[in-house]
Ligand binder design. Structure first.
Ligand code: NAI
Ligand code: MG
Length: 371
């Protein structure tokens, strides 16, 4: 293939804070190795220094024209944001949440399964790792994180604060449709809808109603059911094999996906995709973990969640044409997690971020048959 025929994907890289920096660098190395080995595409990165460290120095996270800058890219790769010196609601609301909202990334997809070599904390899953194979579809644009509410009387004794959850028919319908389509494309064709409509009698009732409306179109194609969120936590631990695709609100899915990651062995391996299914704006890919200040700067962060997120980015960019390449990357990752000497500490090993990254790069060469 001549260089002119090569597809170049423009990636906006936002490493952010703490281990976000290490794992973003690691992900770029792995993506470059994948592209180089394959030969039909390459990546061109713009790295943005939008972080809490920069915020403390200059007073802002992102410049005014941030949205315009991001829109010139095909995808966004995000590390993590948040640092102890800045209140978390500031870092979240000045960067990650505005990006998700303004880039219309109304779906957050969080796949979870037990990678080779991971130690699941629950004995059933240790014996039968295949029992946990889920896709959590999270509503990513409204609900409990809509950002509406306010505070009156500040820090006074009689302080009042409200936090308003917003549920719109449009917002619910589009996430339900995405979830049904996801379930339809999976082997088990099963969708579990998570709710709390017993206690929350307005927004969650609309959520349920729209779910059953959309479900009519999938009758006989996708098996579907409703679960209350509290009961769901029990079922995730006791009967993991009984679920496949899961759809939940912004808050519920945020919590459930951390539980899912823990059940699968470590928060350090879990990926997520923030998607604009209309493809009018770039989608954003990031591991679900945060900046991990407790281990930052030590070179021991697990980069596997970052690599898995990179694989999901490749899948999304390829629109069906790079699925094999994404699968090859996953294969390379699992060959590495399967080896005790190339596991990080959170997975019971002693390897560092750089060693795991080098091992995955070497494995990409082998898996793609061009070592
Ligand atoms: P965290 O995910 O950063 O860390 C939780 C625990 O898991 C820590 O003990 C950490 O060492 C460990 N851990 C996380 N990722 C790991 C990895 N790749 N390898 C090995 N161990 C790993 O969550 P925490 O401590 O609640 O939050 C820290 C900061 O990150 C906060 O400022 C928070 O707001 C922010 N945060 C940002 C997110 C984002 O950017 N999307 C998501 C979650 C948290
Ligand atoms: Mg979370």
């Amino acid at each position: 293939m001549s260089p002119a025929d090569k597809k170049v994907y423009k990636i906006a890289a936002i490493p952010g804070d703490g281990i976000g920096v290490d794992i973003t660098e690691a992900a770029m190395k792995v993506l470059d190795k994948l592209a180089e080995t394959n030969g039909t595409f390459s990546f061109e990165y713009t790295t943005f220094d939008w972080s809490s460290k920069a915020y403390l120095e200059r007073g802002w996270y992102m410049p005014e024209d941030w949205a315009t800058q991001l829109r010139t890219h095909d995808a966004i790769y995000f590390g993590a944001v948040g640092w102890p010196d800045v209140p978390d609601h500031i870092s979240l609301w000045q960067m990650i949440l505005p990006i998700r909202q303004q880039m219309n990334q109304y779906v957050n997809v969080r796949p979870t399964r037990i990678l080779r070599g991971t130690r699941a904390p629950v004995s059933q899953l240790q014996e039968k790792p295949g029992d946990l194979d889920w896709i959590i579809v999270r509503e990513n644009s409204e609900g409990e994180y809509a950002g509406q509410g306010g505070t009156t009387h500040g820090h006074a004794e009689n302080a009042i604060a409200t936090e308003l959850a917003i549920f719109t028919r449009v917002g619910i319908e589009r996430i339900m449709r995405f979830a049904f389509e996801t379930a339809k494309g999976r082997r088990r064709r099963k969708l579990t809808m998570v709710t709390k409509s017993n206690a929350q009698r307005h927004g969650m009732v609309l959520w349920d109603r729209v779910f059953y409306e959309v479900a009519k179109e999938y009758e006989g194609v996708v098996e579907f059911e409703k679960m209350l969120v509290d009961a769901m936590t029990v079922r995730m631990v006791n009967k993991p094999e009984s679920m496949d695709t899961i759809v939940a609100t912004n808050l519920h899915a945020d919590i459930l996906s951390d539980l899912a990651a823990a059940l699968a062995g470590s928060i350090g391996i879990a990926p997520s995709s923030n998607l604009d299914p209309t493809r009018k704006n770039p989608s954003m890919f990031e591991p679900i973990h945060g900046s991990a200040p407790d281990i930052a700067g030590q070179g021991i962060a697990n980069p596997v969640g970052a690599f898995w997120s990179a694989a999901e980015m490749v899948r999304w960019l390829g629109k069906g044409e790079l699925d094999t390449v994404a699968d090859q990357l996953m294969q390379a990752i699992e060959n590495v997690t399967g080896e005790p000497k190339t596991r990080t500490r959170d997975m019971g090993g002693s390897a560092g971020t750089v060693e795991v990254t080098e091992a995955v790069c070497a494995e990409i060469g082998r898996v793609c048959g061009k070592a």
